[in-house]
Design a protein around this ligand. Structure first.
Ligand code: AMP
Ligand code: ZN
Length: 444
């Protein structure tokens, strides 16, 4: 099978043909660093990582760019509330974000431009748009005129856009509000020190122009793949297309890949609904980042993933079981190309990870298969679940003591005490198994 991706632009699964054979440029909208990333955000970053690693696995050289939005409405408001400078405030959340990526085994993108360090490129782009007549100056900023850009809204399949003369300064708004949007916001008192000088007036960029400028700077005026979750189709990605194509006269992006939401009972996980969970919260409940990564693989990236602690727990158990089986497999120095081919086919079909995961399970459980370990190693280059890592869990002293006590109780045939100690050990997140060679302790 040839590699296929579902392209939001055409609403079809399409054969993937990069601009340069065997080289791919990907741009992913990065975090707005004004708060912790929640596990919904992180689902999208895991998807980006799977996409990149799958392309590398298939032999492409990938240049992956992900921006950091460290200036916009939200970051300015939040830093002011805390009374710290925008830089200090955003750098702190940036650090936490990269720690989260690390624990999820997400590989760092090739380039990670910060918005505040790319202002010159944004100003240049706005100047081109002004010169070409797509942008105009108003009393509070520079705006993009959506009526000037004929195919405005194609990505979002906006039907008839009222060619009203109204404008919107906010970075976020809904579909009913397709209006001229701010490219540059003139300095106001609320912005404090957060402004840059520009020929058309001092101020700060709008969120949408940031991504147009940073992506084209690193990947060129036309590039292969742009990603984000589906909430970004409108207005963010719609506006990115308008700004970029109006400025260059060329197609901006060939394939738009959008990930589905992580949802909770109340709907999409989002900071505004207040139904968020962070990796930190999952850890407190006894789950690892990789338990969560496993869970995300069980659903296709475009589907909604309904989160619950029950399905996270099922993933934790499945991952542990998988690793336990792998521990018993001997390295015969061969590689199982049959299963690897099936795995590759699943990935080529718009990154069908649930199917690819099922193939991995089939491989580990196949009693006749040879070359298992080497094939699993290849698969884990993409899944990144540390399948072959045999972590030597540090057993705390208090757990060791409990295990000894339990052994004594067992020797005295005091089964009741032995069982209650086992329960205690479980409560501390450890598990004790009785083997022919004595008690074996492992992390649950
Ligand atoms: P933000 O930091 O809010 O700009 O969002 C970072 C990324 O997370 C963007 O690609 C969003 O589209 C994505 N995102 C936001 N909420 C969710 C969610 N509930 N599920 C999956 N992705 C999300
Ligand atoms: Zn973006």
């Amino acid at each position: 099978m040839t590699l296929k991706f579902y392209n939001t632009l055409t609403r079809k699964k399409q054969v993937f043909k990069p601009l340069k054979s065997k080289q791919v440029g990907i741009y992913s909208c990065g975090p707005t660093v004004y708060n912790y990333a929640h596990i919904g955000n992180l689902r999208t970053y895991i998807f980006n990582d799977l996409l990149k690693k799958s392309l590398e696995f298939l032999g492409y050289k990938v240049t992956h760019v992900m921006n950091i939005t460290d200036v916009d409405d939200k970051t300015i408001t939040a830093s002011k509330k805390q009374g710290v400078s925008l830089k200090k405030f955003t750098r702190e959340y940036e650090k936490i974000f990269f720690n989260d990526l690390k624990s999820l085994n997400i590989k760092k993108p090739t380039h990670i431009p910060r918005a505040t360090e790319s202002i010159k490129d944004m100003i240049k782009l706005i100047q081109v748009l002004l010169k070409k007549g797509y942008a105009y100056k108003s009393d509070d900023g520079i705006y993009f005129s959506i009526k000037k850009f004929k195919s405005y809204g194609k990505l979002a399949k906006l039907q008839k856009i009222k060619k009203s003369k109204s404008r919107i300064a906010n970075d976020s708004y809904d579909k009913e509000n397709a209006k001229d949007f701010a490219l540059w916001k003139f300095h106001t008192q609320e912005d404090g020190d957060n402004f840059w000088k520009a020929g058309f007036g001092k101020g700060r960029p709008g969120w949408h122009i940031e991504c147009s400028a940073m992506s084209m700077k690193k990947l060129g005026e036309t590039f292969d793949i742009h990603t984000g979750a589906s909430d970004l189709i409108f207005p963010h990605h719609t506006n990115e297309i308008a700004q970029s194509q109006a400025a260059t006269g060329k197609q901006f992006v060939k394939y738009w890949l959008h990930a589905g939401f992580l949802t909770m009972k109340q709907g999409k996980m989002s900071k505004s609904l207040g139904n968020i969970l962070r990796l930190k919260d999952l850890r407190q409940k006894g789950f690892s980042a990789l338990d969560y990564r496993y869970l995300t693989l069980t659903t296709h990236y475009r589907e909604q993933l309904r989160f619950s602690l029950e399905n996270l727990n099922a993933s934790k158990i499945a991952l542990q079981r998988l690793k336990n089986i792998i521990l018993t497999i001997k390295n015969d120095k061969k590689i199982n190309n049959k299963y690897l081919a099936q795995f590759t086919e699943a990935l080529k079909d718009d990154l069908n990870t649930p199917k690819a995961l099922a193939i991995l399970w089939k491989l580990v459980r196949d009693p006749d298969a040879e070359g298992k370990l080497k094939a699993i190693k290849k698969i884990d280059e993409i899944f990144s679940l540390d399948l072959l890592k045999n972590e030597k869990t540090k057993i705390p002293q208090k757990i060791k003591k409990l295990v000894d006590e339990r052994e004594r109780a067992r020797k005295n045939k005091d089964w009741k005490t032995a069982d209650s100690i086992r329960e205690k050990i479980n409560e501390f997140g450890f598990q004790v198994d009785d083997t022919g060679r004595g008690a074996k302790i492992s992390k649950k």
